[in-house]
Design a protein around this ligand. Structure first.
Ligand SMILES: Cc1cc2nc3c(=O)[nH]c(=O)nc-3n(C[C@H](O)[C@H](O)[C@H](O)COP(=O)(O)O)c2cc1C
Length: 224
């Protein structure tokens, strides 16, 4: 029998429309100040911050509420080092031709390369896995739905929470990244989606000017 109990709607805080606009703009401004960081310091970030961000991610909407994500949270130097070594091996092949010239041209304004010291320096690596199948019975896993979309939304909430907490982040996607299953000891039906690097910027941190070029509202939205 499906579980179909319905509870009363939990009201959101009462706001005037003017307060809604103010809040929306304030969050917009906060989010607009986020920038990907590629030079981190070793300064610690409390585990409580990471836990709160993961809980925010876990509250995300998901296809059929299957919550098709797993977050492997890495802080040990051994695991960070293993991830750096494996990622840099893949990245060397990627930047030496596997990516193809069009992709490399697209990346060139960012100034990225195969060396990823931040994978060892930043205090936290959150390795995000997308669960194509899931459920309570490991011997009878069920199909999940809209897995990529659901995981993307959860990661957005995670990034937003960390940014609100004053923590710098980078979405890192070494390609391919199957090695993450081995290092994080995750099963084959989970697909690594991204590594979210979290910490504080190093004194040498810079931002590629290209990252500041965002499309205007007119370019990204149409109104019907
Ligand atoms: C799915 C995804 C994958 C990304 N992969 C990488 C990556 O592997 N390495 C990297 O340096 N940046 C990566 N980025 C960060 C983008 O380069 C960055 O978001 C973009 O240049 C805009 O800059 P901003 O985040 O500062 O606005 C990735 C971002 C996304 C959303």
């Amino acid at each position: 029998m499906p579980h179909r109990e319905a509870l009363p709607w939990q009201p959101y805080p009462h706001l005037t429309d003017s307060e809604r606009v103010t809040r929306a703009r304030s969050f917009r401004d906060a989010m607009a100040s986020r920038r990907s960081c590629r030079m981190f310091s070793e300064d610690p970030v409390p585990r409580d911050v990471i836990e709160a961000a993961l809980a925010a991610a876990g509250s995300a909407p998901s296809g059929a509420n299957r919550q098709p994500w797993h977050f492997s949270v890495v802080s040990s130097i051994e695991a960070k080092c293993a991830i750096r070594v494996a990622a840099e091996e893949e990245e060397r092949a990627f930047y030496n031709g596997r990516a193809g010239s069009e992709w490399l041209d697209a990346l060139s304004p960012l100034g990225t390369g195969a060396d990823k010291p931040f994978l060892e320096i930043a205090p936290w690596l959150i390795v995000v896995f997308a669960q194509r199948r899931g459920g309570p019975d490991p011997d009878n896993l069920k199909q999940n739905y809209y897995v990529t979309e659901s995981v993307g939304i959860a990661c957005g909430l995670l990034l937003a929470t960390l940014h609100q907490a004053g923590v710098a982040t980078l979405v890192h996607t070494p390609s391919p990244m199957r090695f993450l299953n081995r290092i994080c000891r995750r099963p084959d039906h989970e697909k690594p989606a991204m590594v979210i690097v979290a910490g504080h910027p190093g004194e040498d941190a810079t931002i590629p000017a290209h990252a500041l070029e965002k499309k205007s509202l007119e370019q990204i939205a149409s109104w019907l």
